[in-house]
Design a protein around this ligand. Structure first.
Ligand code: GNR
Ligand code: NI
Length: 172
């Protein structure tokens, strides 16, 4: 396994639209392992392949990390089958948008299909943080960031803050 570096916005590669995985083979499982190592290393609860510059529809997630026990989830080629009209608002952050947290409103419940790390088709009904995080990660696969869902004013403030953080990192 190898830790990969996470792209930070603004970066044109974060706007890429990822392609479906054709076959869940050893190379895809190695990508999944690298993504999990990268996610845990960065203390995130989710990571999409686009965030490490890989334009494939692969997501990893772990909402139940505690006491060194991991419960990794893997979603390959995820598709939303149904989304509730009811919405829920979560304060979101993103490893590609460091140090910025904003409320985002999304459908409260979703039903999704995806392939697991064995390439087996699965279906899932989710609400709460799982539904929110899955939608956040699926957005990444279409080149969308959570700051694309907030007001223009908040987004421009966020982007200015990001540029400043990026400059400080470059000169550090
Ligand atoms: O670590 C993360 N936390 C988080 C909190 C609320 C809603 C979504 C997320 S996902 C984020 C990791 C990340 O950037 N995934 O793409
Ligand atoms: Ni993110």
């Amino acid at each position: 396994m190898a830790k990969r570096s996470i792209l930070i916005a603004p970066d044109p590669r974060l706007k890429a639209k990822a392609k479906d995985v054709e076959k869940v083979d050893g190379a895809v499982r190695r990508l999944v392992d690298d993504m999990l190592e990268t996610m845990y290393g960065a203390e995130g609860i989710g990571l999409a392949a686009v965030q490490i510059g890989v334009t494939q529809r692969v997501i990893v997630m772990d909402l139940e990390q505690k006491d060194g026990k991991n419960n990794p989830r893997v979603f390959i080629n995820p598709k939303i089958l149904w989304a509730s009209d009811e919405t829920a608002t979560f304060q979101e952050g993103c490893l590609s948008v460091p140090d910025i947290w904003e409320d985002v409103e999304r459908p409260a419940s979703i039903r999704a299909e995806y392939l697991d790390r064995d390439g087996k088709r699965q279906e899932l009904e989710a609400d709460g943080l799982l539904a929110d995080c899955l939608q956040h990660e699926m957005d990444h696969l279409d080149g969308v960031l959570f700051i694309d869902h907030i007001s223009r004013l908040k987004r421009s403030i966020a982007l200015r803050k990001l540029a400043k953080v990026k400059r400080q990192k470059e000169t550090a």
